[in-house]
Write a protein that binds this ligand. Sequence first.
Ligand SMILES: *[C@@H]1O[C@H](CO)[C@@H](O)[C@H](O)[C@H]1NC(C)=O
Ligand SMILES: *[C@@H]1O[C@H](CO)[C@@H](O)[C@H](O)[C@H]1NC(C)=O
Ligand SMILES: [Zn+2]
Length: 493
Amino acid sequence: MVFSPAAGVASALLLVTPYTPNIATVETTPGCLTDNFYGTYGGRSIFHLPPTCLDTSSIKGLSTQSASLFPYVANGERQLVWLQESAIDSSLVTPEYEAEVQGFFRWLGEDGYSAGGGQQLPVHQHLLSSADEPGVELHLVDLQPAGGSYGLIAIEPSLAPSIEALLPRYWKPYVLPKQPASYLPVPKPAIEHVKNLLETVRFDPVVSSLVNSISLNQMRDDIRWLTGEDGKSGIISRHSFAEGSLVAANWLKERFEETGATCELKTFLAGFAPNVACKYPASEDTTSTVLISGHYDSRGSFGSQRAPGGNDDGSGTIALLGIARAVGHSGLTFRSNVELIAFAGEEQGLYGSKAYAREMRGKDANITVMIQADMLGYHAPGEPPQLGLPMYIGTPEVAQLVSNMSAIYSPELTVGYSAACCSDHQSFHEQGYASTQVFERAGPIADPMYHNSGDLSERPGYDLSQIRSIAKVQFATLLHAAGFDLPGDKDLN
Ligand SMILES: *[C@@H]1O[C@H](CO)[C@@H](O)[C@H](O)[C@H]1NC(C)=O
Ligand SMILES: *[C@@H]1O[C@H](CO)[C@@H](O)[C@H](O)[C@H]1NC(C)=O
Ligand SMILES: [Zn+2]
């Protein structure tokens, strides 16, 4: 890494580096990195270094391979947005998709990006405006068109919530905080707590019968309602800004409440559908809270009103609902607090979960384990049912816990890691909560209906029993982490 960009530049710099798990250990001047952190996105960490930190010695422990530096002054007039191409299987890279990406690059401005791949990227500072979208200005900082492409743009803040609509289908936006913040690692005692949970993992016949009570037929009915396939809900789209997402939110609230939960529709930003936040009370006097979640908003094809989101993320939503229904039928009580949340605004940049996680951190809520379910339904033809855990974002100990629970309660799943990343668990992880994601594949996304208006539940490759198997794992982990009693249990004591 060259640390004398445009000699004499005294302004602050953006530093984009490969993911660094423990940031505090690589800075030699305390605070240079840990107090100027914008977050980690798709395997890259971003910092905003003030002029006093530009001396190489401040951060000499950092891997300098493929790091990039850009002059950037945060002044509130621009919102930084990370654009990430999802980790996709090569089968999804069709000529149609490539044309879409090329068109997007052209729209950004042809010379606005350059191949990266390990070498120092030239600094790009282009202010672009598009004839197609008057008033849309993209200030392109860096864009790398190689596989798993990403880019960082600075845009007019009011455009950020709808930038998703302009992106190629497999690209997602991640809105950076307005200002860099302090790096909040998951505290050691919180990791210790998860390690203790890991040590006490063993087969429990009661847990086994509870997780096996999740009903496949009920899940089928639920997904058909949410996608609109059953013709009863009238839902055409659950896009965060669509009418259908409000219909879904109200329906989800009622369904969760039927199982004994108390739910709230929590609005986080005008124009967006709300988060559906549900709680079961603790039977013991404890602050400890276990949170499981999915996102009920969806995304369709460019130019189409239809966004059924059968897999992304109707599958994670029906997993939550399946778990809640099993809780309701059993009459169990949790020992610690339990929250089930269906987030909105995920596709626009994790808006719903960011607001929720920030609120939790603000109250110093004691969320001990958080598990997001996003895309559980698809695996390629001929592949066994799978469970994917995140390669980058999340707490490895929680992923290990989920993996061990899977071996016990859903041995039919082949467990592995996936580079597909950055769902709502990221919002909790960056607030210092132990968290992970469950995903459908031990590899990149292979669902040909990903971010497509054809994302229905009745189609080849959509595997409802895999969704149920992963829901069993999420449920078993919840039961183990929260503790529970069945009705009548207490009489035995
Ligand atoms: C959070 O809950 C865990 C598990 O019950 C407990 O060990 C820990 O002390 C709690 N932390 C706080 C800050 O209350
Ligand atoms: C959890 O899984 C790991 C890796 O497969 C294994 O080594 C370990 O023994 C398992 N722990 C328990 C408690 O099952
Ligand atoms: Zn999703």
